[in-house]
Design a protein around this ligand. Structure first.
Ligand code: NAD
Length: 237
């Protein structure tokens, strides 16, 4: 059965791989991004791309109105959009801290709140949040990012308790290091250092994160809620 799926930040990286995997399975996929363009990889699937900055409640609301008009209420929400602004604590400005929280955590709140209202009415739905291994184990130079990603775990577990009796599951995928624009900024030396700490000895491909998300959104995962699934090559264990 074709479902209405929304992937935030679905124009590139992990979000793109997630959107592509739902589209390939025949779902009605919408993506939001800051530029509103349909990436080449998604063009053939008739994916709906909507411009929305998740730090702006009005833009989020307008995006949902457009998506609901085209695809019906969102049945599977993947809150993927996120940013990093890495630096050590004493060099970190308050803006570098709050803007990462505003995007990664409050941005997720804005999107999930809007989707959950319709899921509650339908008494079904799947919510998957993209956290990070860094939210579980911490990372020097990323107190803002780690706090936002750890926050998503508490958010998801609380919401799983709120929505469970209404047939809605809320789960978290916590990737390790994935080959995307976000990690392309790391030096070759840092990359080698990271890989040496990963039991599977390599970065993940974005499609490997998408597999876990697809599973959590599937009927096979109907009895899983409030779970945090690491997809990190063993890095965080
Ligand atoms: P990316 O930088 O390639 O993509 C991030 C996406 O988020 C982009 O589509 C961007 O447009 C969108 N985005 C950022 N700020 C936004 C805003 N204010 N409004 C709307 N959209 C916004 O990064 P990625 O590696 O694909 O990361 C995707 C998610 O996975 C992020 O939440 C990231 O924290 C998480 N993650 C990534 C890695 C990794 O190694 N790449 C590891 C763990 C978790």
């Amino acid at each position: 059965m074709s479902r209405s799926v929304l992937v935030t930040g679905g124009n590139r990286g992990i979000g793109l791989a997630i959107a592509q995997s739902f589209a390939e399975a025949g779902d009605k996929v919408a993506i939001t991004s800051r530029n509103g363009e349909v990436p080449e990889e998604l063009a053939k699937y008739g994916v709906l791309a909507v411009r929305a900055d998740i730090t702006d409640t009005e833009q989020v609301d307008a995006a949902f109105t457009e998506i609901e008009a085209a695809h019906g209420p969102v049945e599977v929400l993947v809150a993927n959009a996120g940013i990093t602004k890495d630096t050590l604590l004493l060099r970190m400005s308050e803006d570098e801290f709050t803007s990462v929280l505003d995007t990664n955590l409050t941005g997720t709140f804005r999107v999930v709140k809007r989707a959950a209202a319709k899921m509650l009415r339908a008494r079904k739905g799947r919510v998957v949040l993209i956290s990070s291994v860094v939210g579980l184990s911490g990372s020097a130079g990323q107190v803002n990012y780690a706090a936002s990603k750890a926050g998503l775990v508490g958010f998801a577990r609380s919401l799983a308790r709120e929505l469970g009796s209404r047939g809605i599951t809320v789960n978290v995928v916590a990737p390790g290091f994935v080959d995307t624009d976000m990690t392309a900024v790391l030096s070759e030396e840092r990359r080698k250092e990271i890989v040496s700490g990963v039991p599977l000895n390599r970065y993940a491909a974005p499609a490997e994160i998408a597999s876990a998300v697809r599973f959590l959104a599937s009927d096979e995962a109907a009895y899983i809620t409030g779970a945090v699934i690491p997809v990190d090559g063993g890095l965080g264990m």
